[in-house]
Design a protein around this ligand. Structure first.
Ligand SMILES: Cc1cc2nc3c(=O)[nH]c(=O)nc-3n(C[C@H](O)[C@H](O)[C@H](O)COP(=O)(O)O)c2cc1C
Length: 250
């Protein structure tokens, strides 16, 4: 019990402002090279995504989107379209520009220090024209690459999301991983709290955008860390999953 209380105390402290807590220099201050802005493609088949979102948005009224947003855990059997997926990927992590010096990306969501520490993967369960496989978003080119073909994808997604079977009835499960060194390079021990806050912004855009294209979404924080990391082949240390959001047609 003592350990649990100590852990709660530590976790509460983690939620407080981390800046100025330790007197040290970050790797950036020490002059270390910046880590890459993007994870290198793995060489899988490339799926080009449209940036023409004209026809895909069915609800354009911002106040309606905010008022009507709820978590949806029940989806129709209708497949999602690649155009919907394209808009959702753009909304949650799309790159609008890269600074000339290669220091930062400007995206559709904010990120502390513009570090954008996430990668996005999609478990494509029911998307028209796509095989049931895992895909990796390449935000700079606005493309997806085939990450891994997967037998029994639905069962594996259900298990990785701690048995939440409704989640694998979605059209696609958006899975966010973090590459922590992207934030640590600049902010060291102050980076971890703000990276988690960044994840909330990314997912909120996904929630609102899903509603805008006639779909529903539900955030998932209750997942099995090892199962989800190993589904995507992540090492669990330098890159690991932090969030998942199943999305489907309602
Ligand atoms: C960080 C986070 C984690 C969540 N994890 C789960 C989850 O694992 N399973 C689930 O069914 N809902 C999950 N939810 C959805 C919440 O239960 C939901 O947002 C809450 O009940 C409020 O309902 P609303 O989103 O419809 O307003 C999560 C939401 C957030 C923001």
């Amino acid at each position: 019990m003592k350990d649990v209380f100590r852990s709660i105390e530590e976790n509460r402290n983690f939620m407080k402002s981390p800046f100025g807590k330790f007197n040290y220099m970050s790797d950036q201050q020490k002059g270390a090279n910046q880590p890459p802005l993007f994870k290198a493609p793995g060489g899988g088949e490339i799926i080009r995504l449209t940036r023409d979102f004209e026809g895909v948005v069915v609800q354009n009224c911002f106040s309606a989107l905010v008022n009507e947003r709820i978590s949806i855990r029940s989806f129709s059997n209708e497949p999602m379209t690649l155009e919907q997926i394209s808009f959702l990927l753009w909304s949650t992590q799309g790159v609008k520009s890269v600074s000339q010096d290669g220091y930062r990306t400007m995206r559709t969501v904010p990120s502390a220090g513009a570090r954008h520490p996430f990668e996005v993967y999609i478990a494509a369960i029911n998307i028209r024209g796509l095989s049931a496989s895992l895909y990796h978003y390449l935000p700079n080119a606005h493309e997806m690459e085939l990450w891994q073909r997967e037998e029994r994808l639905k069962d594996k997604v259900t298990a990785a999301l701690s048995g939440q079977r409704w989640a694998s009835e979605a059209g696609a499960v958006f899975i966010y991983s973090v590459i922590p060194y992207r934030g640590e390079w600049r902010y060291g021990t102050a980076s971890h709290k703000v990276m988690l806050i960044d994840a909330g912004h990314a997912a909120q855009n996904l929630y609102l955008s899903a509603h805008a294209v006639g779909c529903g979404a539900c955030a998932v924080g209750h997942y099995d860390q090892n199962a989800l990391d190993s589904l995507l082949g992540l090492d669990g240390r330098d890159e690991f999953c932090i969030y998942a959001v199943p999305v489907g047609v309602v």
